[in-house]
Design a protein around this ligand. Structure first.
Ligand code: NAD
Length: 456
């Protein structure tokens, strides 16, 4: 297959040392930005064809994050790539200690379909910024976005440096038989395990950006209208096909009725014009996923929505009420526009229920009581999240973005991303002018005494 050749070319390119030249990297990142800018209309058209995503939403949730990351990397590149001096302990006197960042080598990035540009290009450009070469394997499901990226990248970068390899399960399986210096995977927990297993055979380090069921607590003292506004935006953005979308609501029983009423009004105001879904509402990726989502809906529990248009691949924003943890919709990540609402009267018990599930990628808490908010944050383990907001934490490049346990291994964005593609090489530099005799034989009691003083 053609990619054996490309892997070889990337090894040769990396070994040439070119990627370690910061001027070269800056040129490549700036070229990438110009190419994306020049081809924005192609990118918008491709994603619209794939799943009806508007240019506005594509800019907001994909391109803006890519451009922002490029800006952050460019600003910090020199600092992050430079060796850092760190203190030296007395035992190594006289000496100086340094940490040298070095790129890992040739990297494989595997992307997911739901934000096809951002989830592929953001890790790829971070790997390039850290001085690596990259093979990017985007998801095959949104085929036009994969083709658009392949066209832009492969026509403008040497394959030995940056290459987009289109393909599905078969190609990825073949690809994973090779050794890479790093694999960065975004996708499901199921496939994450396959990637991890393949990487383990080659002792390849991985970052796994996976999914999970992200709980959203709504406490009785919250600002209800602002809470609902933010939840509705975050949940139905990309028609719920967002790894960090609020998966389900845990609302305090005393405000359940009011919460549902405000939720209905807000959904209608954000997504409906003249009782029809707005043109900005995103399609479900394919018929199979649509069918899967339909099966998660218990028709007796529909509070709002529930209707599906298979021809247009649309599912109305759907709210389920009187949901409990044993319902089908609570057995797996939803990844679509279905919002189950569960009520609770005792916060500790609600937290215990969430603790029984795998650790989620995100958790959100809406309310004003700092003690109760902190209790949720401190008792639950999850990748990251927000208080009085949802999803937006991932747009702050100072916050490492990643999961824990079944929602992922490692993190990226900003410095965390740079670190995930970097090896930190520790160097102790000594001079010749002085050498204490302590560590050398013949050993003696006084030498041991000094050693103890030095180390304890
Ligand atoms: P997926 O796991 O089905 O596919 C991801 C990638 O793996 C694709 O490129 C696909 O071609 C490849 N792949 C699929 N099956 C494979 C196999 N058997 N062997 C090797 N490679 C294989 O995931 P998806 O459907 O694209 O994305 C949805 C999932 O991704 C959800 O669980 C979601 O939560 C998660 N996700 C996580 C993040 C994050 O940043 N943590 C972001 C987006 C999506």
């Amino acid at each position: 297959m053609v990619f054996f050749d490309i892997i070889k070319q990337q090894q040769v390119f990396f070994d040439s040392g070119k990627t370690k030249d910061i001027t070269f990297t800056r040129q490549q990142l700036s070229k990438l930005k110009s190419l994306l800018k020049e081809n924005e209309s192609l990118l918008y058209e491709a994603i619209y064809q794939d799943f009806g995503k508007s240019a506005f939403e594509t800019y907001l949730s994909e391109l803006a994050l890519i451009y922002h990351e490029l800006k952050i990397l460019n600003k910090n590149l020199k600092k992050w790539r430079s060796p850092k001096r760190v203190p030296t302990d007395l035992a190594n006197f006289p000496g100086k200690s340094y940490i040298y960042p070095e790129p890992l080598g040739h990297v494989l990035v595997i992307g997911a379909w739901n934000y096809p540009y951002q989830l592929s290009l953001l890790p790829a450009l971070t790997a390039l910024a850290a001085g690596n070469t990259v093979i990017l394997k985007p998801s095959e499901l949104p085929s036009r976005t994969a083709q658009a990226m392949a066209k832009i990248i492969n026509e403008n970068f040497p394959a030995g440096y940056f290459y987009v390899l289109e393909g599905g399960v078969q190609e990825t399986t073949e690809l994973l038989k090779n050794r890479f210096d790093k694999i960065f995977f975004t996708g499901s927990t199921r496939v994450g395990k396959i990637v991890y297993e393949a990487a383990a055979k080659q002792l390849t380090p991985v970052t796994l950006e996976l999914g999970g069921k992200s709980p959203t607590f709504v406490l009785a003292d919250t600002d209800l209208s602002m809470t609902v506004k933010r939840i509705v935006w975050a949940k139905f953005l990309n028609a719920g096909q967002t790894c960090v979308a609020p998966d389900y609501i845990l609302v305090e029983k005393s405000i359940e009725t009011k919460f549902l009423e405000v939720l209905k009004q807000e959904i209608n105001s954000q997504f409906k014009v003249n009782n029809e879904l707005t043109e900005h509402y995103v399609q479900i990726i394919d018929q199979a996923h649509l069918k899967h989502l339909e099966n998660l809906i218990d028709s007796d529990k529909i509070y709002l929505g529930g209707s599906i248009n298979y021809e247009k691949r649309l599912m109305m924003p759907t709210v389920l009420q009187h949901v409990n943890f044993s319902d089908a919709v609570m057995q797996e990540e939803i990844f679509g526009p279905i919002l189950p609402v569960i009520t609770f009267e005792n916060l500790d018990k609600a937290i215990q229920q969430v603790q029984k599930l795998p650790k989620p990628l995100s958790c959100y808490v809406y309310g004003k009581d700092k003690k109760r908010i902190d209790k949720i944050i401190n008792k639950l383990s999850f990748g990251g999240g927000a208080v009085n907001d949802s999803v937006m934490h991932l747009s702050n490049s100072h916050l490492p973005f990643g999961g824990v346990e079944f929602s992922g291994i490692g993190a990226y964005h900003g410095k965390a991303g740079f670190d995930s593609f970097t090896h930190y090489k520790s160097i102790l530099k000594k001079s010749f002018w002085f050498e204490p005799p302590i560590k050398y034989p013949p050993y003696s009691k006084w030498k041991l005494k000094i050693l103890k003083w030095l180390f304890e």
